[in-house]
Structure formats: structure tokens, C-alpha cells
Design a binder for this molecule. Sequence first.
Ligand code: BT5
Length: 321
Amino acid sequence: MKEALLHMLAENEGEFVSGQQISENLNCSRTAIWKHISELRKSGYSIEAVQKRGYRLLTSPDLVTAEEVSLYTGNGTFGKKVTYKTSVKSTQEIAHSLAREGALEGSIVLADEQTGGRGRLGRAWQSPSGTGIWMSLILRPEIPLQKAPQLTLLIAVAASRAIEKVTGLEAAIKWPNDLLIKGKKVAGILTELQAEADSIHSVIVGIGMNVNQEKKHFTEEISEIATSLAIEGGKTYKRAEIAGAVLQEIENLYRSYLVKGFAVIKLLWEARAYSLGKRITARSVTGSITGYAKGITDEGVLLLEDDNGEIHSIYSADIEF
Ligand code: BT5
């Protein structure tokens, strides 16, 4: 109800919507409308109420709540089921338990702040409140286990396209899971599986994207390597709008991927790749290899040619230039 009311006001932003119109459309009493208007105001929406004219939405806060994100998910099904928390340890944990309880594909968990946000290999992901998109998405693809890395690449392409659509900024993809603007990390992706033998129950895709941080928000540890859309674009953005665009882009690519396979995604990925053709060092738990990044395989595996001309398949590593 609150979500539908916000939709009506947002669709007519800056114009009055009469109480009668609202109560007819949403089939509710004037008292109920007033209650929801008060709640929206408490959350930071500025709504004018004028007798005989109705309600008018003046400004919206930068929130990633279910009702705010739903304004930007279009006709898609991803992001229609949102679990929003102001503060959590990690959205991944919540998404994992929702997936175990049978949550539908496309369900998402969003938080304003993460106190224990995580990256790969137990690393920490800084997720201060009110600044970025900290989101986990549940997917249930019917694909063999070894194809799961393709999904990380698909998500990276989708996130990069969404950034470009909303902000005009170009984010390059550093294999496998980083988005960079001018060489600095603006987003990271964490793909985790719930699987058994060769079958995937669900994939929990974690996306962390720095949106409105200023340089001072980053700790010293990452201040030289991290950036945000606001730093690069010179203005702040609505996080919900970007989250909505990310979900729409993911859903479009994912549907095409399930029907047509990885070939199209691979081309899109290569066009945005930062590491291809460069001399890099791939560091993993088993050691490090230096050479030229030749490309990715149809499985999404990175091919690295060392100085002896030998080609190595890199399944998981950190890349340094
Ligand atoms: C990643 O790991 O890049 C994956 C990050 C995924 C975060 C999302 S947020 C929603 C969901 N819930 C979670 O708990 N996680 C996911 P990795 O490639 O391991 O990179 C981690 C490294 O990036 C750290 O060791 C830092 O050097 C750097 N880093 C940490 N916070 C950062 C930030 N906010 N922006 C840029 N770099 C950061």
C-alpha cells in the first residue's frame, strides 16, 4: 500500500494527486492514506498536503528501501521481492538463509550499511551507511557447476552497463570481479554457490558499489585504490535508481544467457575488459604467474601466457598490473 502510494506520487512528481484519486486507485480510506503519508514523511520524503488539492511529492531521500527501489525496476521481476535492512553484518548471510528457505529467483537483500561486509577469501568490504549499494541477489540457474564463473562476468557487464546508463561514466571490468573507473575500484562482485554434487541450488550474487562516498569516507587502507560514482561524476546519484538499473540489466542479460549461452556475454565482457592484452600477475593461494592476459575461455576462465609461451588457465586469482 505504502509502495503503491509512493508510485502514484512519484509518477506525478511535482503535481498534486487528490485524496479521492488515491483512495479510489488504492481502494483505501482517507485515514489510511494519511497514515502512510506520515510514515513516508518520517522516512524523509517531503510531501506537501493542501486541502482540496491533495498531496504532492516534492523531494525523495536517497534510500534503498523496497518502495524506493521498486520505482526503478521497470517491468522486470528481479528486485520485486526486496528484504531491506538499515544495518546488517552482511547481506550475503541473509540472502543465503532466504535461499535455503526457498526464496524465488530475483529476490534481493539490500542494506543501508554493512558492519561485516565481505569480499573474496575472507577479505573485508567497507560498506558505510548511506553511501553505496550493498545488495545480494538470489539466482537459480539450471547450469552445470563449472559454468558458474560465467555468472560473475555477466554481473560485471550488467553493472558496468547500468553505471553507464544512469551516470554516463565508463566502468571497465578487471577480471574477474572488479569494476574500475580510471583504474580505481568502484564496485566488487562476490559470487557464492549453494550446490550439491554437480547441481546448483542457488547462486548468491553480492554486489558492492560505491555511489556517493567522498574521498574522506574511505579508510586510509583503500583511499588510493577506491573511488565512487560521485567522485568520478562530480555529483551525487540516487542509489535506488542505480540499483534498479543494475537489476534490469542483470535480468536482461541473464535471460538471454539462459537461452543463447555465454557467447554474447563474452563479447560484451571483452569490449569492457581492462586486463586483456596487458602484462599482469595473477596471484592465488597456490602461487603467482606473470604474463600476458590473452583472453577468456567460453567458460569464463582467464588465459595467461607466460614468458615461455605457455598458456595457463586461471580459475581464481587477484590480478596485479
Ligand atoms: C570484492 O571482493 O570485490 C567483492 C565485494 C562484494 C561486496 C558485496 S556488498 C553486498 C554483499 N554483501 C557482502 O558482505 N559482500 C557483498 P575482493 O575482490 O576480495 O575485494 C576486496 C578488497 O577490495 C579489499 O581487500 C579492499 O582492498 C578493497 N575494498 C574494500 N572495501 C572497498 C570499497 N568499498 N571500495 C573499493 N574497494 C574496497
